[in-house]
Design a protein around this ligand. Structure first.
Ligand code: ADP
Ligand code: MG
Length: 369
């Protein structure tokens, strides 16, 4: 395996707060190949910004090390200064210079470049982010999305080896966010930079990143390619955080060669890999194995001919489809994505069929633990 371009190896970062030590980052490890886009995804306060600050060189490490392009830039004893790390940053609030026009904002980090060369580079970047016509405008004359693009162009101008983006879309409207996320991904790809994005929004994470780390309380719970995180969340915390779903109790019967899980909405086929995991994690001497199965909106379809059903609690129309929240006989609630033509009323019974392709399940916790 080639050496990673960026390696964060068991990072630990402390803050001194009111006389005592607060550990904001406990244990963060990840690696990215050159040109990959990684994402740290987690709720507010879990330590995402602190990781970025440590990678920039703004926070010292209490433990672990940062290796950039084969060179150890920081450990608990020593740290290379930020200006030597060639890192570009897009801050959450963009931090544009209000008294400089777009051209001078973008060119800010190019002070040492010859004038003509600098101008050409600024124009090329403005073009790339779709702001070629706005070079003489000032930040307050721009929309939020345009300001975001200026911040991105400014960060990319010195051709950083590593680009860090701290919740870059959090100040934008939802539909703009989705479009920009795709554009920004393309722009970063073209630049060739390796990038880390941090966000609390999983749609952004999936739209942008090759690899995603789900962060919780200063540590990464799982660092995986985006698709794998969706298909095989490593634990309950990750499963519940990724993709609104419900964990429904079920019973596994089978062997390490595979088997099936029955839940109150029907039967699910289980692959040998999942069967093996469930059997290894099962409470001692219990068979069949009690499990919890993750059911997401795409795992449940409307089917009037099905013997299984749920009672409609509420519906959320989304245009192309709608989300039904349904109460099962046990009282548990699940969400199903259904055709936008359906017109059931709250309280009505709705036929349901499981359409799970890759079941996600965990051996149940032993009662009382
Ligand atoms: P996130 O970006 O995921 O919201 P942060 O990295 O900003 O999280 O913060 C992680 C934790 O560290 C939080 O508990 C926060 O209150 C604390 N923290 C952040 N910055 C400082 C600071 N300068 N001094 C003391 N505590 C801080
Ligand atoms: Mg933050």
């Amino acid at each position: 395996m080639p050496l990673p371009y960026l390696l964060l190896d068991h990072l630990r970062v402390n803050y001194q707060a009111a006389g005592h030590v607060h550990t904001a980052v406990r244990d963060v490890s990840l690696s990215l190949a050159r040109g990959e886009i990684g994402c740290l995804l987690g709720p507010s306060g879990c330590g995402k910004t602190t990781v970025l600050r440590a990678v920039c060189g703004f926070e010292p490490l209490a433990g672990g090390r940062i290796v950039l392009d084969g060179h150890e830039v920081a450990n608990a004893q020593s740290s290379e200064p930020p200006e030597r790390r060639q890192v570009g940053v897009v801050f959450q609030d963009y931090a544009l210079f209000p008294h400089l026009d777009v051209a001078r904002n973008i060119g800010f980090g190019l002070g040492r470049m010859a004038r003509g060369e600098r101008q050409a580079r600024v124009e090329r970047l403005a073009e790339r982010v779709g702001l070629a016509g706005a070079l003489k405008q000032y930040p307050h004359e721009l929309s939020g999305g345009q300001q975001q693009r200026v911040a991105l162009a400014r960060a990319l101008a010195p051709a950083p080896a590593l680009l860090l983006l701290d919740e870059p879309f959090s100040n934008l409207d939802l539909d703009l966010r989705e479009r920009l996320a795709v554009d920004v991904r393309e722009i970063i790809r073209e630049s060739g930079a390796t990038a880390i994005l941090v966000t609390h929004d999983q749609h952004e994470a999936f739209a942008m990143a090759d690899r995603i780390g789900v962060m919780h309380a200063g540590a990464i719970a799982q660092w995986s390619p985006a698709r794998e995180l969706w298909r095989m969340p490593a634990n309950r915390a990750v499963a519940e955080f990724i993709g609104r779903g419900a964990l429904i109790p079920g019973t596994f019967r089978g062997s390490v060669d595979g088997g099936g899980i029955s839940v109150e909405l029907g039967e699910l086929a289980v692959s040998p890999m999942l069967a093996d995991k469930l059997l290894r994690n099962a409470a001692k001497d219990t068979y069949p194995v009690n499990v919890d199965v993750l059911l997401r909106a795409d795992d449940i379809a409307h089917d009037p001919a099905s013997p299984f059903e749920g009672t409609l609690v509420r519906r959320a129309f989304r245009g192309a489809d709608q989300l039904y929240t349904l109460r099962l006989a046990s009282g548990r609630e699940v969400i199903a994505r259904v055709d936008s033509e359906l017109t059931h009323a709250a309280g009505e019974r709705v036929g349901l069929r499981l359409t799970v392709e890759h079941p996600v399940a965990f051996a149940a916790r032993v009662a009382g633990v």
